[in-house]
Write a protein that binds this ligand. Structure first.
Ligand SMILES: *Cc1c(COP(=O)(O)O)cnc(C)c1O
Length: 364
């Protein structure tokens, strides 16, 4: 009689909210001002509402996101602290922001001119050295006077001025951005505006440069355990698992997967996992990646496919239904998000925000 083992659950991603809470408390205690929890991109892949509620319960007093749609989702998850959305098209639905009590950034004259409904709370956004989002320094003066006129007309209420640092992972690189922001605030005051919240620093600068903190630090990566500055041990929160769906014994000299990028050197056992690059397992990590299976790390062999990867387990007994850990906090020897980022030639942020939609989500 053949015994057929029940194949265990599907690939799953679980977020450890206690880790998010611990990381949040750490930033709350080190920040000179307040902490804005940045929960864009589904809370860096950890669940937007869960991360927002956890961070607020742990002491964050602001929430930050890119789109207005994300901000509305934060509100609907039951969070009642100020929420800022800083990346929107010119024709963003301002009345919706007003209805949900959401602050918007104003990065250009065109954005300001398009505001009809109001008053909406705004943060004037200055490009402090990235040539990316925010108003260029030469546009700032005009933006300040237009903002003052819009305030007098009852369309906006200016509550903040924000910038972002281009090289915060490099020590000593923040001074130019900080000076630019403070100059921008001074010009706002001269135009008659009274912004009370100045913010510039994200995770790296918050960890390494207190002079950049100002009134609010915007923390995204750090909340979920990613430290781009490499200075601080934060708690990783994400665990990505997949069940073995098939096991086969092969001889030496067998080509594995597309293009036979790997050929077995000796007789071995291959285990198949139902996750691939469509699930956020980066194809660029092929040939280097490992997973934790059957008590230790094992190499992923051959090219990572869209939906599946093959793991070489040698002569060890691994069975369908056994759980492989693709990544986790690393406490038991499993690969971490940082390992996957290194194998794929990217940063941890891209790994955690890239997990595919068919992977089941849960919280711990
Ligand atoms: C994403 C983002 C943050 C958060 O940055 P982390 O380094 O992840 O903390 C802060 N500010 C802006 C403008 C962002 O886009």
């Amino acid at each position: 009689m053949t015994s057929i083992r029940q194949v265990s659950a599907a690939p799953a991603l679980s977020a450890d909210l206690a880790a998010v809470a611990a990381n949040t408390r750490r930033f709350v205690s080190l920040a000179r001002g307040c902490v804005m929890a940045v929960v864009k991109a589904d809370g860096f892949g950890h669940g937007l509402g869960d991360v927002a509620r956890t961070a607020v319960a742990a002491g964050a007093t602001w929430i930050g996101v890119t789109s207005l749609a994300e901000a509305v989702e934060v509100r609907e998850s039951g969070v009642d602290v100020p929420v800022l959305s800083w990346l929107n098209p010119v024709d963003v639905e301002v009345s919706q922001a007003v209805r949900y009590g959401i602050d918007l950034s104003v990065p250009s004259l065109a954005h300001l001119a398009a505001i009809e409904a109001g008053p909406v709370r705004v943060h004037l956004q200055l490009d402090t050295g990235m040539a990316r989002d925010g108003a260029a320094p030469h546009e700032w003066l005009a933006l300040m006077s237009a903002a003052r006129r819009a305030e007098l007309a009852g369309k906006v209420s200016v509550v903040g001025v924000m910038g972002h640092l281009p090289c915060a992972d490099t020590t000593g690189a923040n001074e130019t951005g900080r000076k630019a922001l403070l100059r921008g605030v001074e010009m706002a005051r001269q135009a008659g505006l009274r912004p009370s919240v100045r913010h510039l620093a994200a995770t790296s600068a918050a960890l390494t440069d207190p002079s950049s903190h100002l009134d609010v630090v915007r923390i995204g990566a750090g909340l979920v355990g990613i430290d781009p500055s490499g200075t601080t041990r934060l708690r990783s929160a994400l665990r990505f698992t997949a069940p073995v769906v098939q096991v086969r014994r092969v001889e030496a000299g067998v080509g594995v997967g597309y293009g036979h990028a790997h050929v077995t050197e000796r007789a071995t056992t291959l285990a198949l996992l139902p996750v691939g690059y469509a699930d956020g397992v980066p194809r660029a990590a092929s040939g280097r990646a490992e997973v934790f299976l059957g008590g230790r790390r094992r190499p992923v062999v051959g090219v990572i496919s869209m939906d599946q990867v093959v793991v070489d387990v040698g002569d060890d007994g691994v069975a369908p239904g056994d759980e492989a850990v693709v990544f986790g906090p690393g406490d038991e020897g499993e690969p971490t998000v940082a390992d996957w980022a290194r194998w794929a030639g990217t940063i941890p942020h891209e790994i955690v925000t890239g997990i595919g939609t068919r992977v089941q989500r849960c919280v711990r």
